[in-house]
Design a protein around this ligand. Sequence first.
Ligand code: SF4
Ligand code: SF4
Ligand code: SF4
Length: 225
Amino acid sequence: MSKGFFIDTTRCTACKGCQVACKQWNDLPVEKTENQGNLQNPPDLSSRTYKLVRMKEEIIGGKLKWLFFPDQCRHCLTAPCLLWAQDTEAIYQDEDTGAVVYTSATRKLKAEDIIGACPYDVPRSDASGTLAKCTMCNDRVKKGLKPACVKTCPTGALNFGNLEEMRALALERLEKAKLMYPNARLIDPDAVRVIFLTAFAPEKYHPYAAAFDRKAWKRTGVGPR
Ligand code: SF4
Ligand code: SF4
Ligand code: SF4
């Protein structure tokens, strides 16, 4: 059955349990990192880091806010990376769960094109040119288990289940969040399987928190990088 996540950033404490659980389940090696002056570490997603708890400090309404964003692939309903690749040996969508899955055959693809096709700046390539990103823990999910990151989250920030249930939960939590954060919103809820709730505008958390239009950026020169 079609699956989805609901990620409530208002409940995230940046404990990084999800980041560690993702490494453990996917047998991903550690990376050499440096202190960035905040809680975020490593500095970006990579072929060895599929889940990254991003952190920013922002002054909002005259007060300092810590913004946490547990970033990962959105498993788009109509995935631009998959459409661009046109190679189901390299990138395919699981018919049952809806997970967008990358295989070792991605090394045949032009990495920068696939990365450029992703509106959330998610895929990363390793030294061999093989692309990698969150798998939705499709191996666990197909056996009736929750993704490792979701199972680990102690606060209820990460939720997983049937897509329609996640959409309903997202709307319910949004209503409650708006009582405290009038600008709270869901990010691209009709386009993705990983629905984020943020208390403030998505771009305050991360330039690619909401879908980024690279074509418009190339046309106008206005964009995050
Ligand atoms: Fe592909 Fe990016 Fe969508 Fe993930 S978020 S399915 S990598 S286009
Ligand atoms: Fe990592 Fe699995 Fe969570 Fe994706 S679903 S971020 S692969 S633990
Ligand atoms: Fe946030 Fe949950 Fe991840 Fe901890 S485990 S960083 S609370 S999403």
